[in-house]
Design a protein around this ligand. Structure first.
Ligand code: FA5
Length: 339
């Protein structure tokens, strides 16, 4: 038995050596020689037939041979797996110096960018910010601004009505009323927001943005209005931009004016945007009407104030040389990415 055992062990060792780099073959050899029904199990069965005094030594010899072979297989498989792991690690090594993959980032819409820039200029002049509702009461959008129900000035702003007393605000001027009802002078406020009108062409959109601004205190004059607006326009468009004030009419200001800026698209020569005039109207303004002061409980003998309303899209058009205001609302990324 001893010789057969040694012979089998030698044969197994040779087979293992020949399969040293093949994990599957090694596992097959393990099953073939050392498995429960493997070739070495035959020797264990023979043990019972041996005389009692020889059994122990024979059992040990079988187990030693098996253990040796098991260890040899385990070492070889360990080596193979180790090499696989190293190869995988080498292949997958992270190169931390590679630039990351960039996610396309969204940007502020040009109208919002311009709105923020406008706010910055007025912050610098000491104005606070206020907001009001986009769905507004008729009384705030019109009546308290000195525009009663039958006033012809209502036709200046084609209105989207929700019901007879509720509408989509046509301008940011109702925020003047909401602020003045709640705060005593001095006030210096700007109110940016979305407004709605039944209007649509290259310089008009049914939804657009305004920045309202107003200042009330003792002794505020038209000169203050001109100074603030001229400062804003020069800061925004540059020192040599042509600006002009024209007399105008708003029921909530007296006297009233509109400010135009030299059309940057045609440099004043006349084009479809400025309708051939060389100028583009960007804001309405004036001294707050005594009737408006009366509706908010301000004493118009004691206080005076100015107000203005800027069209944000018009300013964006002029700033970026856009020749059709509707482009700003088409959400074409090729257009929007330019800003
Ligand atoms: C008003 O809305 C007044 N509330 C402004 C005002 C405030 C005057 C305070 C006096 C005191 P107007 O309707 O002119 O005024 O509009 C103001 C600006 O909004 C215009 O100069 C123009 O730049 C812009 N605007 C008017 N309608 C449209 C439109 N449909 N689309 C884009 N911009 C517009």
């Amino acid at each position: 038995m001893k010789e057969r055992l040694e012979l089998l062990a030698k044969e197994a060792e040779r087979a293992i050596e020949a399969a040293a780099s093949d994990k599957d073959a090694l596992l097959q050899l393990k099953a073939r020689y050392l498995g429960r029904k493997g070739e070495f199990s035959g020797f264990l069965k023979e043990l019972a037939a041996l005389p009692a005094e020889d059994r122990k030594a024979a059992g040990e010899a079988i187990n030693q041979a098996k253990t040796r072979l098991e260890d040899a297989i385990a070492i070889l498989i360990g080596g193979i797996e180790g090499r696989w792991k190293e190869a995988a690690l080498a292949k997958e090594r992270l190169d931390v110096t590679l630039p990351g993959r960039t996610m396309p980032l969204g940007k502020r819409h040009p109208v919002m960018q311009v709105m923020e820039e406008i706010q910055e200029v007025f912050f610098g002049l000491g104005f606070d910010i206020a907001e009001g509702p986009e769905i507004e009461l008729d009384s705030y959008n019109f009546e308290k601004l000195n525009i009663p129900k039958d006033h012809p000035a209502r036709e200046m702003q084609d209105t989207f009505y929700v019901s007879s007393d509720v509408l989509l605000r046509t301008h940011t001027s109702p925020v003047q009323i909401r602020v003045m009802e709640n705060k005593r002078p001095p006030v210096r406020v700007i109110a940016p927001g979305t407004v709605f009108r039944r209007d649509s062409d290259v310089t008009h959109s049914p939804m657009f943005h305004q920045v309202e601004g107003f200042m009330v205190d003792k002794g505020v004059s038209f000169a203050n209005l001109k100074a603030v607006l001229a400062d804003f326009l020069r800061t925004f468009f540059g020192r040599d931009t042509g600006v002009r004030f024209r007399p105008s009419f708003f029921p909530f200001t007296e006297p009233s004016a509109e400010a135009d800026i030299r059309c940057v698209l045609c440099k004043g020569a006349g084009c479809r945007v400025c309708k051939g005039s060389g100028w583009l109207e960007i804001l309405g303004a004036g001294m707050i009407h005594p009737e408006v002061f009366r509706s908010v409980g301000y004493d118009y003998e004691e206080y005076s104030g100015f107000a203005f309303g800027l069209g944000v899209e018009r300013i964006a058009m002029l700033k970026y040389g856009i020749d059709d205001l509707r482009l700003l609302f088409e959400n074409d990324l090729r257009f929007l990415k330019q800003f």
